[in-house]
Ligand binder design. Structure first.
Ligand code: IMP
Ligand code: MG
Length: 189
């Protein structure tokens, strides 16, 4: 992942190239547009920090290119500590600034894993009076699901391996990798 200096994390094994990610996001934006999220106001992207910030930045531009202008706000959530193990708990670390009552929302996250995070977010936003809450994740790891929840839109289905890059981290590092790779030595359990 670096040349000339020691990598900040062990070298990931490439899973999706930057080109593959870009191509998939373009078609995802088309899928979202044709799903016809019928909102009076523009849809609001609810981006889950920190892992989804890179995906959100590319998705909102892909949506714009499809003629769908969206608003964006950020929700900080933490379900993993500094390692790669799920704690099964979700902690709110940063709240939205936007009143979501009556709004059509598209929750944007990097990975749907156990499902605790998306479940927590959907319950939270519904309790605040959102009109409609859809969900878009870049990666889905269905084999890891612990609660029953599915994404309305998903980029890629992936096996049970810990992934890094394109916004996703291992112990806080690796988010700047332009591709997505797996960390063979890491477990996600
Ligand atoms: P869930 O609540 O178990 O579905 O976990 C979702 C969150 O866990 C994601 O938004 C990521 O932040 C994090 N996560 C899950 N799997 C991975 C992974 O393989 N790499 C990096 N982060 C992950
Ligand atoms: Mg996350």
């Amino acid at each position: 992942m670096s040349s000339g200096s020691a990598p900040v994390v062990a070298e990931p094994v490439p899973l999706f190239t930057a080109d593959q990610i870009n191509a998939r996001i373009k078609t995802l934006a088309q899928e979202i547009k044709s799903a016809g999220l019928t909102a009076e106001a523009p849809i609001l992207l609810v981006s889950i920090l920190r892992g989804a910030f890179v995906f959100t930045a590319d998705l909102i531009r892909a949506l714009h290119l499809e003629g769908l202008d969206a608003e964006v706000d950020f929700l900080g959530l933490s379900s993993y500590g500094d390692g790669t193990t799920s704690q099964g708990r979700v902690r709110l670390t940063r709240d939205l600034d936007t009143d979501v009552a009556g709004r059509t929302l598209l929750v944007v996250d990097d990975i749907l894993d156990s499902g605790h995070t998306i479940n927590f977010v959907k319950t939270l936003l519904a309790s605040r009076g959102a009109e409609e809450v859809k969900c878009c994740v870049l990666l889905d790891k269905p084999s890891r699901r612990k609660v029953t929840v599915e994404a309305d839109f998903k980029g890629f289905t992936v096996p049970d391996a810990f992934v890094v890059g394109y916004g996703m981290d291992v112990a806080g590092l690796g988010r700047g990798l332009p591709y997505i790779g797996t960390m063979p030595e890491a477990t996600s359990d």
